[in-house]
Design a protein around this ligand. Structure first.
Ligand SMILES: NC(=O)c1ccc[n+]([C@@H]2O[C@H](COP(=O)([O-])OP(=O)(O)OC[C@H]3O[C@@H](n4cnc5c(N)ncnc54)[C@H](O)[C@@H]3O)[C@@H](O)[C@H]2O)c1
Length: 339
């Protein structure tokens, strides 16, 4: 194995039980980096730690911890646990990745859901910076990687999609905080650098994981009326377009179409493994700003070129057309999926 910047280091990954976080843990461990991963979900983070450790080269340790990043006391306990288990007095890398998709409407959705989304996404990043910055300083060569999203510069999921007010507010805060830290660290802690990662859509289980983290019932458990209210028109159009729902559908049809859609989409699209590789390559290259995926690069260009245009959706088809054509060409090249 070639020695690289992660070899022999100790990394912290929050939200390591699933998606991008799980892939960060796996890839870091495979590159010779010890990792302490945490998650709200004890089972999923235990699986991540066990599988990543089993596949890692000798000398690497991967530990799994239970922690709600929105609660500073739990983050402090996670810190103490990992320092003891890894017999270390510092950490070299912190990936503040844990997050949920929620708090859609400031008008319609519950204040509790809105504030919990902000507490996890922004509060989690804040608590991790407060807790781990002294340990990154102690490393002598530390990197703090905060995960935001394209919704930190394009505060919409597109026409017909539900609003993303709490999610986007948190992501703007994460991006702003990270950028403001650049100068602060340059002057006051030059041995640490900060990186902000901004993914576009990544194919993960974030929708289901978020309902659990926010204390919301699974979609399948909702009453017919609640279920119909939860699925936006664009979601219905996607289900119909995929042939999973007839035009004159019932609530039961919708109920059974949702898991079938999840199965159809699983493993397709821009993957968590691809996202993690881009983030790690960016960290390795010294970048402070990582656009994760073609969608993120396209949106960044569009918003910079003409900040008002992407919000009126006039050129939405033009913006997404090349990416859709590219995805279709890749799907055709990959051949038909398993029945
Ligand atoms: N998937 C996307 O399309 C996308 C796009 C842009 C940004 N992001 C961001 O990337 C990050 C990872 O998302 P993902 O898609 O891998 O999601 P995911 O749901 O697959 O993984 C997130 C993990 O975080 C955990 N988590 C949730 N709340 C937590 C809390 N309070 N404390 C500790 N762990 C908690 C979940 O249990 C889950 O295991 C998030 O910050 C998300 O906002 C994702």
């Amino acid at each position: 194995m070639a020695v690289n910047v992660f070899t022999g280091k100790l990394a912290v990954v929050t939200g390591g039980g699933s998606g991008i976080g799980r892939e960060l843990v796996r890839q870091l461990a495979a590159q010779g980096c010890s990792v302490a991963a945490c998650d709200l979900n004890p089972d999923s983070v235990a699986v991540t730690a066990a599988t990543a450790w089993a596949a890692a080269p000798p000398g690497v340790a991967v530990t799994g911890h239970v922690c709600d990043v929105s609660d500073e006391a739990q983050v402090l306990r996670f810190r103490d646990e990992l320092l003891e288990q890894h017999a270390s007095d510092h950490v070299d890398l912190v990936f503040a990745n844990a997050g949920v998709f929620g708090g859609a409407s400031f008008v319609k959705d519950s204040r509790r859901e809105w504030e919990r989304t902000l507490a996890i996404n922004w509060g989690g990043v804040y608590n991790c910076a407060r807790t781990f910055l002294p340990l990154l300083i102690a490393s002598g060569d530390g990197v703090l990687v905060n995960t935001s999203s394209v919704s930190s510069f394009w505060a919409t999921a597109g026409p017909g999609a539900p609003p993303i007010t709490a999610y986007s507010t948190a992501n703007f805060a994460i991006k702003g905080f990270s950028e403001a830290l650049i100068e602060d660290l340059r002057s006051n802690a030059p041995q640490v650098r900060v990186v902000v990662a901004m993914p576009g859509v990544v194919s993960t289980d974030i929708a289901e994981n978020s309902r659990r983290a926010l204390g919301l019932p699974e979609l399948e458990q909702l009453s017919d009326a609640e279920l119909l209210e939860q699925i936006p028109d664009i979601g219905l159009a996607i289900l119909t377009g995929m042939g999973l729902l007839a035009e004159d559908f019932s609530a039961d049809d919708l109920r059974s179409a949702i898991p079938r859609m999840r199965d159809e989409l699983r493993g397709k699209g821009f993957s968590a493994a691809q996202a993690a590789t881009i983030i790690l390559d960016g960290v390795r290259s010294g970048a402070w700003r990582i656009l994760v995926g073609d969608e993120a690069k396209m949106l960044d260009e569009q918003v910079r070129a003409n900040p008002e245009a992407p919000f009126n959706y006039d050129n939405y088809a033009e913006m997404y057309g090349p990416l859709i054509a590219q995805a279709q060409a890749e799907a055709e090249a990959a051949g038909p999926s398993e029945p």
